[in-house]
Design a protein around this ligand. Structure first.
Ligand code: NAP
Length: 336
């Protein structure tokens, strides 16, 4: 792999990377797809996807991803299990240093690295993550049969986690830092109407109790009638403190884009680390030949279907850009 220069490398194998791979492979660009630390991306951690067009009964997230990978491989995409440790995007072809020790050269790069679960910043979370604290109810929910559990967050992820956990847990309490949910109406309604799910409004998780030996045993929550209690607590304002006994804590507080490997490159990122694409309907970035797709460049929609859409756009944009480059090269080589 070291010697040759590829036309297209897709970094990431979630729904956007797979969609880019299908399109690039069908265009005979023989893409390499780098599968990172979470192959298949966020959809592999979800249960049913109910809003992906064409699946009236819903489809399992894992199944959707597996089928997408098969589809990309059928057209000739090559999958490599490695992350990009650093990228030289100043010179041509681009050069990617991979975690497996190899160097990969490519003319065009599609960044589809997605986003990873955000952590809350509660005391002891580093120690207890994986020992009763989790960012994935579908992965870890079954360990909490009969437990009282907390879900942190007020968006669709938190509602989804709570609804899933309600199948196993004795009780589920959604802890949200203000008094209004961010979740969509339909998801919010399902959680609000569920008999096993309670809400703690204007409340945040300050501290987690327990140990790696015994798991999570409880938590300290802080509340303030005006919301965002932790900020107020840190400013020295008076807040209500409450210790609760719980056996599990699930984070559903959104995601952060995976763009660490781009920090030392000329590719523009926004303040939250999202890859910035150029204005208008395009996946191009400020660096010619670098394209962005999926959650890594989308702070707004973040849906499986939009990620698939931007993945296909990135492959089409890359194909057009490569064609332009080839045409320019041919023109330059043709005697006048
Ligand atoms: P999100 O919409 O950004 O919501 C994150 C939630 O976590 C917000 O309620 C936020 O509070 C809270 N939060 C953020 N940082 C926090 C912190 N440090 N401490 C406490 N609370 C914190 O993220 P999401 O729920 O993961 O959803 C992301 C996207 O995926 C959305 O577009 C959503 O519709 C989509 N999604 C859809 C489904 C579905 O349809 N089945 C399922 C999951 C996700 P504030 O509200 O105060 O900001």
């Amino acid at each position: 792999m070291t010697e040759t220069t590829r036309d297209v490398v897709v970094v990431g194998s979630g729904v956007s990377g797979l969609s880019a791979a299908v399109y690039a492979a069908r265009a005979d660009l023989e893409p390499v797809v780098l599968e990172g630390p979470e192959p298949g991306g966020q959809l592999t951690l979800t249960t049913d996807v109910e809003n992906f067009l064409g699946f009236p009964e819903g489809v399992g997230g894992m199944e959707l991803i597996q089928r997408g990978k098969e589809q990309a491989e059928r057209f000739g995409a090559e999958f490599v299990r490695a992350t990009v440790e650093s990228a030289d995007l100043e010179d041509r072809p681009f050069e990617l240093s991979l975690s497996n020790g190899e160097t990969l050269r490519t003319r065009a790069l599609i960044v589809a690295t997605g986003a990873s679960a955000r952590w809350v910043g509660a005391e002891n979370e580093d120690e207890l993550m994986g020992y009763g604290v989790s960012t994935c109810a579908t992965c870890d929910g079954a360990f909490h049969r009969g437990d009282d559990v907390l879900v942190i967050g007020g968006g669709d992820s938190a509602m989804e986690e709570a609804l899933f956990l309600a199948k196993f847990a004795e009780s589920v309490t959604i802890v949200h830092r203000r008094d209004e949910l961010r979740a969509s109406e339909v998801m919010a309604r399902r959680a609000l109407d569920h008999e096993k799910i309670e809400f703690r409004w204007n409340t945040e998780l300050l501290e987690i109790h327990g140990s790696q030996e015994e798991g999570v045993t409880g938590a300290t929550l802080v509340s303030h009638p005006d919301g965002y209690p932790k900020e107020k607590f840190e400013n020295g304002d008076e807040v209500d403190r409450d210790d609760v006994d719980v056996g599990g804590i699930f984070y559903g507080v959104g995601h952060v884009p995976n763009t660490d490997f781009l920090e030392e490159t000329p590719v523009s990122l926004d303040d939250d680390g999202h890859l910035l694409t150029l204005e208008g309907m395009t996946t191009e970035t400020n660096v010619d030949g670098v394209f962005g797709a999926g959650d890594v460049m989308d702070p707004n929609y973040r849906q499986a279907i939009t990620a698939a859409g931007t993945g296909s756009m990135a492959a089409l944009d890359a194909e057009a850009w490569l064609d332009e480059q080839d045409a320019e090269r041919t023109e330059a080589a043709t005697p006048a």
